[in-house]
Structures are given as structure tokens and as C-alpha cells.
Design a protein around this ligand. Structure first.
Ligand code: MUC
Ligand code: MG
Length: 366
């Protein structure tokens, strides 16, 4: 149960096609694999996606903060020393992806030590989650084709559409094309990644409503507090906080000040422990949540699935679990599968994936 070592392994795997959105583009998974070993020889893994343009973390900064600040203080603690571990991680502001990987690897090692799946340890509510697919910027016909093929091949019928461009009509045309092409049964919702001003988002609302959009994520920068609050007051659909709410403190601030009315929970950001606190806070306040995607690999997706399936509140809406399908390869020994629009939890102890060590050798950068 005692943490013996924490190793960080930067690696790079290409995407078959890039995902483009208002705050950036991803065409390579330049992530960090975290490997935690206990004195009993149990190995816990977690994946760390850097998002410099959103949270300021890079592949290099993740490696550095873990190697120089966190790992030296965590080695020697028990996997169950949760509050002591939290105290170490709280020594820095931010670094939420790095902290998330440490937390998830600890849970993975704990599950393997106890020979139990982490979704059981976290709550064990469901065996599967409905899957939502995230659609990046492209021509309306191309985006619709992707959505139709996701429905045809995997049974997915929930789609998050990236918006936030100028002119807004580029994005509104995509929303209309998707509704016309997918029909009324599809859940279609949008994410502007802060690309619009509050007034641009407000101007887009009627067309979004016409297209039957169910929720509107990060329409504008939450720091533009007055405009954002006006927008929230005027919107008939939930305004979802994502990058504005990585921690429980951020969630409290944004919900209580009227900056958003629903919360996207991402395990890559702070891990299961942070996600549990965010979820409990939202439940206490009666606020809707959804499981978001940090453009995760299969390792990260397995973590989102383990958490989302464990808790009742996160099983209501489809969870964003499918964007690993765009990657040219992955580090897992057995690929995750999506069938009938659902992903089932793994029966393996821990988070539920095994690492293919040959692939890790192939893609590691050092
Ligand atoms: C999202 O919901 O914003 C884009 C960048 C990232 O890290 O996550 C995404 C998806
Ligand atoms: Mg988002």
C-alpha cells in the first residue's frame, strides 16, 4: 500500500484527423503516462493530457511538476493517505491534469491491491454509460457525415458540436444541418470554448434553440462576468461550465454568481477525488452534471467511464467517451468498445485498462 515510485513518461501518438475547436486544435496526443509503483509491486497508471491554451499545462510542465514537486513528497505515503496526498497536491495552484493523473493512478493501484474495479470502489451504480461524440469544426456536410457514421457504426445518438467561430453563421449552419440530418431523437448540444463574446452568444441563442440544442457550454469567457451573467439569465437552456470550473471552489463561484447553471465534470482534471467533490457539491445545489472529455486517450476514457458509471447523477446524460476513435493508435492492450451507443465498464481490478508495454516503448519520447 506504500507508494515506492512515481515515474512520468512523455509520449506522442498522432490523430488520424485533427479535432478543431475555438480555443485550439489537437492533432497529436502529446500526453504523459504516469506510472506509480507500490512497495508490494502493484502498478497504477493514469494518462495526462496537457491543454496549454486552456489550463497552461504542457507536456514538459506536467513532467516537471510531478518529478520535482509532487513525487518526492508522495513517495512513502500509503495509497489510502487521501488527505495527506491532497495536502501535497494543494501546494500548487492549477496543474490540475498533473494532479488528476496522480489521483487516478493511486485509485488504479488501490483497486489492483484490493482486487476490485475502481467503479465499484467509487459507488458501483451502473455497468454502462450512454456515449456522446464530440464534433470539431468542419463543413456542415462533413460534420453531419461523421455524426451519421457514429450513429450507424456505434449507435451513438448524442453529439457535442464545437461552435464559437466568427461569423457565427458558420456554426449555426452546422447545428441546423445536424438537426435536419439526425432528426428529433438526437441529443445535440454545443460548446463554444469561450470563442464568442457574451453578446455574440446571446445573438446565437435563437438559432441554437431552433435547432433544438439542449445545453450551451462555455459560450464566452466566464471572467467576463457581467456579460456572462446576463447571458445566463436570458438563456432558456442550461449554460454549462467546463474550463471555468476545474475545482470545487471554481464551481461554487460560478454557480453562486450566476456564471453557469450546469457543470461538465472531467476526471482528467483533478482525478476521481476532485470529481467526487465537484459532483457532491452539484448534487447539494441541485445542479445538472455531465461527464466531459479532455480529448482523452483510451486510458483517460476508461477513467471517465469508471467514475461516470459509479455515480447515479452522472449516468443520466450521455458521457463524452468516444474521441479516442480519432487516434491512430493507443497504449492499451485491449481496445475499449462502444456498442448500441453505450460503453460497458471493465471487470478488471483498478481503472480497467492494461498497458501494452511494446506500444509504450514505441511511442515514448524518453
Ligand atoms: C471541451 O469540452 O472543451 C477541448 C479541449 C479540451 O481539453 O477538451 C476539449 C473539449
Ligand atoms: Mg468544453
Amino acid at each position: 500500500m506504500i507508494i515506492k515510485s512515481i515515474e512520468v513518461i512523455p509520449y506522442a501518438i498522432d490523430y488520424k484527423k485533427p479535432l478543431k475547436f475555438a480555443s485550439g486544435m489537437v492533432n497529436v496526443a502529446d500526453h504523459v503516462l504516469l506510472k506509480l509503483v507500490t512497495e508490494d509491486g502493484v502498478v497504477g497508471y493514469a494518462d495526462t493530457p496537457p491543454r496549454p491554451y486552456t489550463y497552461g499545462e504542457t507536456q514538459g510542465s506536467i513532467v516537471s511538476v510531478i518529478e520535482t514537486l509532487f513525487a518526492p513528497k508522495l513517495v512513502g505515503l500509503k495509497l489510502t493517505d487521501a488527505e495527506r496526498i491532497r495536502e501535497v497536491l494543494h501546494k500548487t495552484i492549477g496543474n490540475d491534469a498533473a494532479k488528476g493523473a496522480i489521483d487516478i493512478a493511486i485509485w488504479d493501484a488501490l483497486g489492483k491491491t484490493l482486487e476490485l474495479p475502481v467503479h465499484q470502489l467509487l459507488g458501483g451504480y451502473a455497468n454502462s454509460l450512454k456515449v456522446s461524440h464530440m464534433l470539431g469544426f468542419d463543413e456542415p456536410a462533413v460534420v453531419l457525415d461523421e455524426a451519421l457514421s457514429m450513429r450507424e457504426q456505434y449507435g451513438i445518438n448524442a453529439f457535442k458540436v464545437k461552435v464559437g467561430r466568427s461569423p457565427a453563421k458558420l456554426d449555426l449552419a452546422i447545428c441546423k444541418a445536424l438537426r435536419d440530418g439526425l432528426g428529433d431523437s438526437a441529443d445535440i448540444y454545443v460548446d463554444a470554448n469561450r470563442g464568442w463574446t457574451a453578446n455574440e452568444a446571446l445573438a446565437a441563442l435563437p438559432a441554437l434553440m431552433d435547432a433544438g440544442i439542449s445545453t450551451f457550454e462555455e459560450p464566452c469567457d466566464a471572467k467576463d462576468a457581467m456579460g456572462r451573467r446576463e447571458l445566463v439569465k436570458k438563456s432558456l437552456i442550461p449554460i454549462v461550465g467546463d474550463e471555468s470550473v476545474p475545482t470545487p471552489g471554481d464551481v461554487s463561484r460560478e454557480l453562486l454568481s450566476g456564471g453557469c447553471t450546469a457543470i461538465s465534470i472531467k476526471t482528467a482534471r483533478g482525478g476521481f477525488s476532485n470529481a467526487t467533490r465537484v459532483l457532491d457539491l452539484c448534487e447539494g445545489l441541485g445542479v445538472e452534471v455531465m461527464i466531459g472529455n479532455q480529448i482523452d486517450t483510451q486510458i483517460g476514457t476508461a477513467a471517465s467511464l469508471a467514475f461516470g458509471a459509479a455515480k447515479k447523477a452522472t449516468t443520466k446524460k450521455a458521457a463524452e467517451l468516444s474521441n479516442f476513435l480519432d487516434m491512430a493508435d493507443d497504449l492499451v492492450a485491449e481496445p475499449l468498445t462502444i456498442a448500441n451507443g453505450e460503453m460497458r465498464v471493465s471487470a478488471l481490478p483498478g481503472v480497467g485498462v492494461e498497458i501494452d508495454l511494446e506500444k509504450l516503448e514505441r511511442y515514448r519520447l524518453r
